[in-house]
Design a protein around this ligand. Structure first.
Ligand code: BG6
Length: 484
């Protein structure tokens, strides 16, 4: 498979928080890969901006180290790295004061695409947006990129939206949810809207239920202070899982275009019903052989924050009425495994005598690891012995199906940054979408806080608390196995 790299226009990308963790782990190694692939035009520049009083050479060395640490195979390309570093600059800046802004104004060009990546605490968004304008750096075509967490509830998200809207039009704002940049997440749209097979079945006549699982093996050690104020609901469900839910459940948009797609996603979020607390299970991991407990990781012995959550949701519209969507996500689980499984209904009647097994078609979209799709179908077990039926997966692991090309799966961040430069907002969240997502999650969080709900314990390395299993058992269903 030949990868098709479409060069973007020449750009100046300013990364506020350019010395931070995200910049070093994801943004710059990703940009380096794009540089190597030839997508970054020669004159383009990446300008790191942060508080540290660094010289350009000091910054370039920092990024060279980061690429060596986080850049994978490509980082061995020394010549490429040298050339890439020549396109990097650094400006020491005081986000809340005047220091450095005239230097930045002198560097950033007005006649190329301008993007400003706010890889900083949301409390600085307003200061940055304002100074970009008062110093006449940003213009009506500039783009700004903001990270999650986008607020911690509806009120704070609204405030952030208003702060940004004071200086930038919605068409200039790119709110990143890196799940939308994942290869398989985009494939989900290709599968749904590029095939005739699935659409007729994609509704409550044929679908029994849908499961969305995002299981991680990592704990929260190292970022416990942030995580303990968020929990799995704010950290994962309000954004990543809800985005997956939207893509699975939305109506086909008229075209694959930013507002058409986002309008349809918004309708799904608005159609989500509130959830009774009996249909939500929150959990916290215990210590295990591989690490401390959640409370130790979070350094909060009395924490009631959830590191795991499972829930049953319903979407109140004609397509999905009566179809449960089961969502679960957690840290320190038995495997790193994320998938969406569409479980179809049983056959109403079997013609095969003696076959009492319950055969089901399941379409499983694997996000990670082994990105791919498999469709469970029922066939005759080969060989003699009559009409014995078994379920087998028609497995399409992209790495097998697409050969070498599939190994080159782009990291979500690099894809999304290139979309910013291209001016394509399809894979970014619109302000109203984020607000609607908080409007749905806020009452659920408020309700368990008001009840002083205590999360259930679960063993590190397990599939989560027992109660999460019961959530489906009560409905006569079961979770799919979590396997890496
Ligand atoms: C982040 C969350 O947004 O996504 C983390 O803050 C989580 O807690 C991460 O670990 C998961 O991303 P991925 O791409 O590794 O599935």
């Amino acid at each position: 498979m030949v990868s098709r790299v479409i060069p973007v226009d020449e750009f100046d990308l300013v990364i506020f928080g350019g010395t931070g963790d995200l910049a070093r782990r994801k943004i710059l190694p990703g940009l380096f890969r794009r540089f190597l692939s030839g997508q970054m035009p020669a004159g383009s520049r990446i300008i790191g901006a942060a508080r540290s009083e660094l010289e350009g050479d000091g910054y370039r060395q920092m990024i060279a180290d980061a690429v060596a640490e986080f850049g994978g195979e490509e980082s061995r390309n020394k010549k490429g790295l040298e050339a890439f570093l020549k396109q990097l600059e650094y400006v020491a800046i005081d986000a809340r004061g005047e220091g450095g802004w005239s230097d930045l104004a002198a560097i950033v060009r007005q006649d190329v695409v301008q993007a400003f990546y706010f890889s900083v605490a949301p409390s600085l968004f307003g200061d940055l947006a304002e100074r970009l304008h008062t110093n006449k750096i940003a213009n009506a075509q500039s783009r700004i990129v903001v990270e999650k967490p986008f607020g911690r509830d509806l009120e704070t998200a609204r405030e952030l939206n208003q702060t940004l809207a004071a200086h930038f039009d919605e068409s200039q704002i790119y709110r990143i949810d890196h799940y939308l940049g994942k290869e398989t997440v985009q494939n989900l749209m290709a599968v749904r809207f590029g095939n005739v097979l699935f659409e007729p079945l994609w509704n409550n006549h044929y679908v029994d239920h849908i499961q969305i699982t995002v299981a991680e093996t990592v704990g929260v050690g190292g970022r416990g202070a942030y995580y303990d104020k968020s929990g799995a609901m704010r950290d994962m469900v309000q954004n990543h899982l809800m985005q997956l839910l939207c893509l699975i459940a939305m109506e086909p948009p008229g075209q694959f275009e930013a507002d058409a797609v986002r309008d349809e996603k918004l309708k799904v979020i608005r159609a989500l019903q509130s959830i009774d607390h009996h249909h939500i299970v929150r959990g916290q991991y215990d210590a295990g052989p591989d690490g401390p407990s959640y409370r130790e990781d979070a350094e909060n012995p009395r924490s009631f924050t959830e590191s795991f959550i499972a829930m049953r949701c319903h979407i109140a519209n004609w397509r999905w009425a009566g179809v449960p969507f089961y969502l679960r996500t957690g840290k320190r689980m038995k495997a790193r495994s994320s998938e969406i499984a569409v479980v179809f209904k049983d056959l109403g009647h079997t013609i095969f005598e003696g076959d009492e097994a319950r055969h089901r078609n399941i379409l499983a979209i694997r996000l990670q690891p082994n990105e791919g799709i498999d469709l469970q179908v029922t066939i005759k077990e080969p060989g003699p012995g009559g009409m014995r039926l078994i379920d087998v997966p028609l497995d399409m692991t992209f790495a097998d199906a697409l050969g070498d090309g599939a190994e080159d799966v782009t990291d979500a961040y690099e894809r999304l940054i290139m979309d910013v430069i291209r001016g394509n907002q399809t894979l970014f969240m619109r302000g109203d979408e984020v607000e609607a997502a908080w409007a749905w999650t806020d009452p659920l969080i408020n309700s368990w806080e008001a009840r002083n709900d205590v999360p259930k314990h679960y063993d590190a390395g397990s599939a989560g608390p027992e109660d999460a299993m019961m959530l489906l058992h009560r409905d006569g269903r079961k979770w799919r196995e979590i396997k890496g």
